[in-house]
Design a protein around this ligand. Structure first.
Ligand code: ARG
Length: 419
């Protein structure tokens, strides 16, 4: 009995022990499963992270635009033709110099490729505009990267540049007013379709995602536009800025941090029709997004010189708006002519500039306001002449477009933006 009792006592203990083991085994399996799930979650998260990284950063290369003068290369007209042997040879020499420069530098892992975007003439010598492409950079590091690239280039350019003699004082990084597309292919009333990258400083100023005005990129964080765009809407939160050829396929939507309207602007008067927009974060320049050059305050654009106005404004008074950015090629009209009785009868002030044709035909129109009127100098660099401001209807005879004269407000622009 006693044995039997002992056996009976032993039995529950064994069962208990077996059960604990079973439990332990089960627990092990359970924690194994949890570990496995955690592992899977980590792997999935890592894969998603890598995909997101490549989608967001891997696909956003950034571009620097540099130019310099070659003192031992005589300018040849054939350089102007992108498929000429002369151009191909020069391009190859420059590209190989850039490749060598960056492949031997700290930026070798970011550097992708470069190409000659344009060859210009300066006193018989040759100036090349080169676009350098780099890989994925965070927006806020862009300035650091640019400085690094600048230093690497300057070091190289004053040192060994092989068979090319480079005037290091001519070196410029990210200049203004230049297209980086090789060769661009009139709706603004009487206008033509533009090509992608032809007017890389043109922006669309949108109120609650609807195009209201044009604007011009004058630095990576400032745009210039017209004061009258903001008459009943001064809150920066309702405004955004987009770039690109098509309104329906805008590139790079930017939010607006601040809008500074000229303090003397009084609607409905047309004087002081100027405003600057400060972006919430700077744009990264690309081949199709770049800044225009601002002229000096004392610069005079001569009457009758060729100018181009661009915008998504209507094609005629009360007409429809285009999706493709339009350009209108026209001429500057002097203020004396523009103030004639049959034209604007003395209403054109010193801060205004007229452009178009007295016979009408080509003009800016509703929706072009705030956008650029530009002119290119002999080197093919584009300067901002005016801001689309007002006009009596669109493209009527004796009623040319009236623009805010940028040189007149040059110091005001500097006082607000530091540019
Ligand atoms: N004020 C118009 C706008 O808000 C632009 C006027 C330009 N008119 C002209 N005929 N050039 O879009």
């Amino acid at each position: 009995m006693a044995k039997g009792q002992l056996q009976r006592q032993e039995q529950p203990w064994t069962i208990l022990q077996n059960r604990t083991e079973l439990d332990r085994n089960m627990k092990l399996t359970r924690s194994g499963k949890i570990a496995l799930i955690i592992l899977v979650v980590i792997i999935v998260a890592a894969v998603i992270g890598v995909i997101v990284y490549f989608v967001v950063y891997g696909k956003t290369p950034f571009y620097y635009h540099i130019s310099f003068k070659l003192t031992n290369v005589e300018y040849d007209n054939k350089f102007g033709k992108p498929y000429s042997q002369e151009y191909i040879d020069l391009n190859e020499r420059i590209v190989s110099l850039m490749n060598k420069t960056f492949q031997a530098s700290k930026m070798r892992r970011q550097y992708v490729i470069s190409h000659v975007a344009k060859v210009r003439e300066d006193n018989g010598k040759t100036i090349v505009d080169v676009v350098l492409k780099f890989k994925s950079c965070y927006n806020n590091n862009a300035a650091i990267f640019r400085d690094r690239a600048r230093n690497i280039l300057l070091q190289k350019l004053i040192g060994d540049t092989g068979s090319l003699c480079i005037d290091s004082s001519s070196f410029q990084l990210s200049g203004c007013g230049r297209r980086t597309i090789l060769s661009p292919g009139n709706k603004i009333a009487g206008g033509l379709d533009s090509a992608e990258g032809e007017w890389p400083w043109q922006a669309s100023l949108q109120q609650n995602n609807i195009h209201r005005c044009g604007a011009t990129l004058i630095s990576n964080s400032w745009l210039l536009t017209a004061a009258h765009c903001f008459v009943n809407a001064k809150d920066p939160r309702q405004w955004s800025v987009t770039f690109g050829l098509l309104l329906s396929d805008s590139k790079l939507k930017q939010s607006v941090k601040n809008i500074i309207v000229h303090e003397k602007y009084r609607y409905p008067a047309h004087d002081y029709d100027i405003a600057v927009i400060n972006l919430s974060k700077p744009v990264l320049y690309t081949t199709t997004i770049r800044k225009v050059c601002l002229p000096e305050a004392n610069y005079n654009f001569p009457p009758n010189s060729d100018v181009v106005v661009t915008g998504w404004g209507s094609r005629k008074t009360d007409g429809t708006s285009p999706d493709v950015l339009q350009k209108g090629i026209m001429k500057i009209i002097d203020n004396v002519t523009c103030n004639k009785k049959e034209v604007y009868n003395g209403t054109i002030t010193n801060g205004m500039l007229c452009a178009g044709f007295l016979e009408g035909r080509v003009d800016a129109c509703q929706g072009d306001s705030g956008g650029p009127l530009v002119s290119s100098d002999s080197r093919g660099i584009w300067f901002l002449v005016g801001i689309v401001s007002w006009g009596d209807e669109c493209a009527l005879p004796n009623k040319p477009g009236v623009y805010t004269r940028v040189t007149y407000y040059r110091n005001w622009i500097a006082s607000k933006t530091g540019l």
